[in-house]
Ligand binder design. Sequence first.
Ligand code: NAP
Length: 270
Amino acid sequence: MTRQATSPLVVLGSGYTGRALYGTAMAAGWPVCATSRDPLNHLAEIPSDQRVMFDLEQRSTWENIPPDADLVWCFPATPLAQVQTFAKTLGATPRRLVVLGSTSAYDVGHSQEYPPPWIDESAPIDLTKSRVQGEEYLRTEYGAISLRVAGIYGPGRNPLDWIKSGRVGSSRRYVNLIHVEDLATICLLTLDKGKPGESYNVSDGTPRTWKDICETAQQRWGVTAAAVKEDCSSGKRISNAKLRSELDYRLRHPDLYEALDLIESTHSPS
Ligand SMILES: NC(=O)c1ccc[n+]([C@@H]2O[C@H](COP(=O)([O-])OP(=O)(O)OC[C@H]3O[C@@H](n4cnc5c(N)ncnc54)[C@H](OP(=O)(O)O)[C@@H]3O)[C@@H](O)[C@H]2O)c1
């Protein structure tokens, strides 16, 4: 996906996803910069002319963002007051803004339904959450496109490790995941084709129970789940229909187990 526009892309917050996005954008020939609160130490591998010091909590760093840049916001958009003040400095310049939110924004209340109902972008969101307030402010006041992102995995963030360490255990709870490579490509696609002010769920479209994942982990990779207290909640089932239909996105990693095979064979110590 080669970019037509000349405005640079700035990745706000270059952690796990931000770095993948920076790499994907570079590979596709986009003019791109990456920000960090500590660029010298955290972005040492990125050329100095593409590193930008930016901290939402430090107003003096805001002017480092080029005025015509498109932005992908890759850290929680909170606290609200700071988000509002920063957004006002972005001014009226026509620019694209994509903000990464989370599927945790969806408020399912105390529903006992099982399996849980599918959730699309029209489902109620929990506006008591500070980051949801920040995302909604950017979406409704600044035309930001909000991506409600499922659990992010990929090389270095491997669900098999979460099972081994006991961070998750075998349970009936549904989980929704997205490979970081898909997420990075979706961010670029959203900048090009997303509608300002819209929200899109970002997930591989196949919610699975942790029981299913743990059993497959045992059978395919010999990974034994650590003993943890059973989680009886139902989780969510996130629909990615809008992403597929409106952005016409075809997932590179639609199948978690094939993606884990790839990660295990290419990124695990032998
Ligand atoms: N992890 C998941 O499974 C998951 C699931 C759904 C949604 N999300 C959301 O998706 C986004 C990307 O997730 P991620 O896991 O890739 O994030 P991440 O690895 O935590 O990276 C975010 C980076 O943003 C920078 N940052 C943090 N606070 C900042 C601030 N106040 N001002 C400026 N920069 C700041 C930090 O880098 P420096 O220290 O270098 O500044 C941090 O490494 C986040 O909003 C996350 O909440 C994550």
